[in-house]
Design a protein around this ligand. Structure first.
Ligand SMILES: [Zn+2]
Ligand SMILES: [Zn+2]
Length: 270
């Protein structure tokens, strides 16, 4: 039997875009996106060595990277940024708030560009639009990446799907969205009270059901694929996240997959 995900994506005529979640979760995040000419790493929250190893598993070469785009200063998003930027001479793009907060964790960076949330910027053919997210970081951002009518949206690390977030994520063909925790598992789990409160707050992380509701609002006929991301290893399982979200996709063509912490996702060809 054909994997339904494979089927949906191989139906596309293919415009040379590749993407892979090299890692996703509270112990490290890195997202690879390429149109072959311009290859981006969005966050690099594992050691430089581990990111290189994971890229190699998918036959990707760090030497081909063009730039690193950073969502916010938490270590699970920036751990390998400085090392990779120096090793491969990569410019870094981040908000000025993130730049300020990450100072001291990135080491010496020669090329650093600040973006403004809400204002598009261009890297190669990618039109990148950062937007503000509600999270306990200095100036955290989600992103959309666009070219040739293909819009890819990405929002992890958000305590609430604000009207602004929903507006930016409209009309995406691919959505990478946080499904951080199962509320029941979080509440009965081992985290101390204050941490549970932080995660559940508007500055924390999106639960499976909040993610489902957001996806329900964003569904449209041209949405091809949804990737659930940034799952907690303590307070969620891929099965729970999938089971919570799947019903909202009933009768819809979009396929669903779940990114995990320890293994890179397959390489999506769009
Ligand atoms: Zn994170
Ligand atoms: Zn974070």
């Amino acid at each position: 039997m054909t994997d339904p995900e494979q089927q949906t994506l191989s139906d596309e005529r293919g415009n040379g875009i590749q993407l892979c979640l090299l890692a996703s979760g509270s112990r490290g995040n890195a997202f690879y996106l390429s149109d072959r000419d311009t290859s981006l790493l969005v966050d690099a929250g594992l050691s430089g060595k581990e990111i290189e190893r994971r890229m190699a598993l998918r036959n990707l070469r760090p030497q081909d990277l063009t730039a690193i785009v950073v969502s916010h200063e938490h270590m699970d998003h920036i751990q390998g940024v400085g090392v990779l930027a120096r090793r491969y001479h990569l410019p870094i793009f981040l908000s000025s708030g993130t730049r300020e907060a990450a100072r001291g964790h990135l080491g010496k960076i020669t090329e650093i560009e600040s973006f403004i949330c809400g204002a598009s910027f261009q890297i190669g053919r990618w039109a990148i639009r950062p937007f503000a997210t509600s999270h306990d970081a200095q100036e955290s951002a989600g992103f959309t990446f666009q070219q040739h009518g293909m819009k890819i949206g990405m929002a992890t690390d958000l305590g609430a799907a604000t009207a602004l977030v929903r507006e930016h994520l409209k009309d995406c063909r691919i959505l990478i969205l946080e499904a951080n925790h199962d509320l029941e598992m979080l509440e009965s789990g081992p985290y101390p009270w204050h941490l549970k409160q932080r995660i559940k707050s508007r500055l924390g992380h999106l639960s499976n059901t909040a993610s489902r509701d957001l996806i329900g609002e964003l569904l449209h006929d041209r949405l091809d694929h949804i990737i659930l991301a940034h799952l907690s290893q303590t307070n969620n399982t891929p099965e729970r996240a999938r089971d919570a979200v799947a019903p909202v996709l009933n009768g819809h063509r979009a396929s669903l997959s779940v990114a995990v912490q320890d293994t890179p996702s397959r390489l999506f060809h769009l």
